[in-house]
Write a protein that binds this ligand. Structure first.
Ligand code: MG
Length: 361
């Protein structure tokens, strides 16, 4: 079963409400979808999100990378040589991690289909069900409180609160949400690099002293400021999660060695796909560092691949795969089921999509 050709298209999905972080505001998802065909007529599917403020990639750059660089590097290779395929993708161009992820996801889909098994089982098969949080965008305090109450009413028990746009308001917004949702909802806080190290310590200590009971604080400082991240981790009691600071296994080793963070957020769009995500997960596990699986603004196509990865691995203990929950409707049938906060794996082979139905649309 050899790789015959690779096709690139667009997948669009309007969001229920605008997605706002310290870095950007987005109203609708518009991503690249990659379909990989084998010489025996099998099809694998993957997706890339053009998150230019984080990975530096655009729709145009992803299309070019996949069509002109990655596809020629993998055509003619047998799907059984999955490690060789992943190595070719890794080596054929620098960075462009989302473009690489889209192709890798499609290849893993094909590989698992060849063995007629669900992907999560071939990757480790640790659990069948995972529980995701949902993002509360950064807005004025009342809007954030209203959105949090609405999310809890939809059945979500874990909220990821976006902050970092105006440090002076962040403590009050989080405290207001805690008061509104009560003590039993888990609150995660994501500053998306929006604070300085000193601001972060001041804000987190205030949240600790006022009893906000925050599970973790994600990426408080600029991605390149590892010394700042280390300062925040060393001067607060709350667990600190590295997101934008960790793309590669090597960066994970550096963060772990420096004790710059307590936890690592793995996203397929940062790692370049499943193979490097597995490496980071295992490095972290051997170091006693638990991982979150996260996503960019992605539809069910690539988020489902992330769900398979998360279900497979014991060390993925936190799940932030709310992309499909933020969309008005799913672009594709099949795959893991997303029901509120519950993501349930199925026994369908590969990632589990009805790709033929998608392509017929
Ligand atoms: Mg984040």
């Amino acid at each position: 079963m050899k790789i015959k050709n690779v096709k690139v298209g667009i997948v669009e999905a309007p969001l229920i409400t605008p997605f706002k972080t310290a870095l950007r505001t987005v109203h609708s998802i518009k991503n690249i979808v990659v379909t990989v065909y084998t010489d025996e007529g099998h099809i694998g599917i993957g997706e890339a999100a053009p998150t230019h403020v984080i990975t530096g990639e655009t729709l145009q750059s992803i299309r070019y990378a996949v069509e002109e660089v990655i596809a020629p590097a993998i055509c003619g290779i047998d799907i059984d040589e999955i490690a060789i395929l992943c190595d070719r993708i890794d080596k054929c161009l620098y960075q462009n991690t989302s473009a690489k992820a889209a192709v890798e996801i499609a290849l893993y889909d094909l590989w698992a289909k060849k063995y007629n098994a669900p992907l999560y089982k071939l990757l480790g098969g640790y659990r069948k069900k995972i529980t995701t949080d949902i993002t509360i965008s950064v807005n004025d305090e009342q809007q954030m409180v209203n959105d949090s109450i609405a999310a809890v009413k939809r059945g979500f028990s874990i909220l990821k609160i976006k902050v970092g746009k105006s440090p002076q308001n962040d403590v009050e917004s989080v405290m207001a949400i805690r008061k509104a949702v009560g003590p039993h909802v888990v609150l995660r806080v994501d500053a998306n690099q929006g604070w300085t190290a000193k601001e972060a310590v001041k804000i987190i200590v205030q949240l600790e002293d006022r009893g906000a009971d925050i599970e973790l604080v994600e990426q408080p400082v600029h991605y390149s400021d590892l010394a700042g991240l280390q300062y925040v981790t060393g001067n607060t009691h709350t667990n600190i999660l590295a997101d934008e600071s960790v793309f590669s296994p090597k960066q994970a080793i550096e963060v772990i060695e420096k004790r710059a963070a307590d936890l690592i957020n793995i996203k397929l769009m940062k790692t370049g796909g499943i193979s490097k995500a597995q490496q980071i997960c295992h490095i972290a596990e051997a170091s006693g560092v638990e991982c979150m699986i996260g996503c960019m603004l992605e539809t069910k196509i690539s988020v489902s691949a992330a769900a398979h990865f998360a279900a497979a691995n014991k060390n993925v203990t936190m799940v932030d795969l709310d992309g499909p929950s933020l969309c008005v409707e799913d672009p594709i049938e099949g795959g893991p089921s997303f029901e509120g906060e519950n993501i349930q794996m199925t026994e369908a082979s590969g990632i589990g999509f009805l790709i033929e139905a998608y392509l017929a649309k």
